[in-house]
Design a protein around this ligand. Structure first.
Ligand code: HEM
Length: 199
């Protein structure tokens, strides 16, 4: 026999204004969380992709080039590459911090558990170390390298004299080593974030 209106369980019906309002706010909170997460993951893809490309393709190829073409390639690629890495790393950290602040303030339904947040906090500390490597070693070293290469281009011999050549090689070595360490720490942070968000 079909049930009358009185028999219908009221738990499935949202009838009060307060319930409708709180459901609307919850959905909006979810939307903000998802937008921040997309921006965060988007900037991470740019940062990690750029850094991995440098370590696995650019640095080994540069090593095989002749001093003259190495200088030319480095001068044309390195400044814009470092701007890209600097911008995407700052965007990743800012969106990550915004996500963290949002979770702490609003506690959206998609937020990680308390133990998950611990992994994210450890990931944030590792990110800080990577940022120190990027802005304290990588970017200043690449600036020095670009200046040195510009100076050596003005000299008569392509690739510069022996002293300049040795200095360029040591700066390139420092660049390669710090980039490899940065990529390793980024991969570690990536794992910490995924685990933190899943548990
Ligand atoms: C200041 C630094 C950072 C902070 C404060 C931060 C914070 C956060 C927060 C709060 C979330 C949301 C967790 C969730 O979905 O429930 C998140 C997600 C994520 N973060 Fe970070 N993050 C930072 C840096 C990074 C870095 C450097 C990486 C990569 C190397 C990274 C990779 C990710 C990924 C992949 C997710 C999505 C995880 C998932 O939903 O499965 N984050 N981050």
């Amino acid at each position: 026999m079909p049930s009358s209106d009185e028999d219908t369980p009221t738990s499935h019906i949202i009838n009060s204004e307060a319930e409708k309002n709180s459901l609307g706010l919850e959905r909006m909170a979810d939307a903000v969380f998802v937008v921040l997460l997309i921006l965060h993951v988007g900037s991470i893809v740019a940062w990690m992709g750029g850094a991995t490309l440098f370590v696995s393709v650019l640095a080994p190829s540069i090593r095989k080039m002749s001093p003259a073409s190495r200088g030319e390639f480095t001068l044309s690629v390195l400044p814009s590459y470092m701007r890209f890495i600097g911008g995407s790393s700052i965007a990743a950290a800012v969106t990550g911090l915004a996500l963290y602040a949002y979770i702490i303030q609003m506690g959206p339904p998609l937020a990680p558990s308390n133990s998950g947040l611990t992994y994210i906090q450890i990931g944030a500390v590792v990110t800080l170390i990577v940022l120190l490597i990027a802005f304290g070693i990588l970017i200043p070293t690449s600036r020095k390298l670009v200046e040195l290469l510009k100076m050596s281009q003005k000299q008569a011999t392509p690739g510069g004299d022996a002293a300049t050549f040795a200095q360029v090689a040591s700066l390139q070595k420092r660049l390669g080593m710090s980039a490899r360490l940065g990529v390793f720490l980024l991969a570690l942070t990536f794992i910490l974030m995924i685990v933190g968000a899943s548990i």
